[in-house]
Design a protein around this ligand. Sequence first.
Ligand code: 5AD
Ligand code: SF4
Length: 445
Amino acid sequence: RLFIRTYGCQMNVYDSERMRDLLVPLGYEPADAPEGADLVILNTCHIREKAAEKVYSELGRLKPLKAEKEASGGQMTITVAGCVAQAEGAEIQRRAPVVDLVVGPQTYHRLPELIAKVHRDRGEALETEFEVEEKFDALAAPKRLVEGYTAFVTVQEGCDKFCSFCVVPYTRGAEYSRPAAQITAEVRALAAQGVREITLLGQNVNAYSGEAPAGEEAGGRWGLARLIRHLAMIGGIDRIRFTTSHPNDMDEDLLAAFATEEKLMPYLHLPVQAGSDRILKAMNRKHTAADYIALIERLRTLRPDIALSGDFIVGFPGETDADFEDTMRLIEEVTYAQAFSFKYSPRPGTPGADLPLQVEEAVKDERLQRLQALLGEQQAAFAASRVGSTMDVLVEKPGRHAGQRVGRSPWLQPVIVDEKAGEIGDIVSVRITKAGPNSLFSEPA
Ligand code: 5AD
Ligand code: SF4
């Protein structure tokens, strides 16, 4: 039995599914709890302190389960995968000797071999493996077991931006784009299994620059817009999204795709992090608040119904009250349909961690509260603005109450639909009757 717990971003969700797909053919059966499992994988996140600390407390909870398994004559192999594994390596073993195996995000395709070695070496030293290999070659023809009608597809990994607060360029490494032909084959196979909506994933997805398919432009490369136009021609794929993007990589071709590609959903997650030029500079974002606002204006001209989502950090070192007010002003100017916001967390090894003028926790708390109140209001206003309108919803799963199903709006909002409106997997047209705190309610249109 195999139990995988996933922390952090959608890329980790994708990686966990690929680990499962690698291990199921070896006889592992997915389980939904760690009790009694033969193999437990924690696919970890290092983006903020809390995310990493959660891993250690989970390892503490696994310890008695491992002892129990051993007492009953079995073995529980505990693996730490993902970004904490990459960043802390052997430190994990020191802090948590219960761990048998540590694998970074670039090497998970070697899990079967590494696990076999743990079995051989039972009782011997920890195996740590961080070599960066051609992960995607090993996954060139992935057999994916998809559940449902939506799927993530990793098209790009790593990041060369080096924002001064961020561990990603260190844990996920340099930018790498998968060849377009490989992605196309994966999406075709997903479509054949019934998938209708794909979300293209990358730490810096709009910097995508993958090898063009053979016979196209020899030796040429495709950007994200070209890839989207190609994937939009695959029968069965009706909705395309991508995440996460950097403002400086929103090229004209990609902006234009929002105007011309009907299958590209009118929703963009485009983090700005802060609204003060001084702080943006210290963050090494390489754009100003005005650059970002101009980009959003251009996007709204091209696709008037586009909704924005963002990420914000409060309390970056040196952030003054005036800097914070700049962020609040930017939010008011842009207006977001959704957003994620965080208190700055110094990450060891990043330039931000060594900056003077770290902001006090109480100040961060207060700023975060104000920021989240504003973003919450905007999210509610966006939801309320849909009431009375008609939209297409992809029905994804049964609802909590009898007679209901839950789907997604083009703007990623959960929509409650009557089961008579359509089957799971259908895209149905509904009229929005009410906006609740977490979802929209509807009637068949
Ligand atoms: N502290 C707080 N938030 C962070 N993020 C990334 N690194 C940090 C950090 N050190 C946030 C950014 C990023 C999101 C995924 O996580 O807003 O866009
Ligand atoms: Fe991190 Fe995103 Fe900046 Fe890359 S672009 S360093 S992933 S915040």
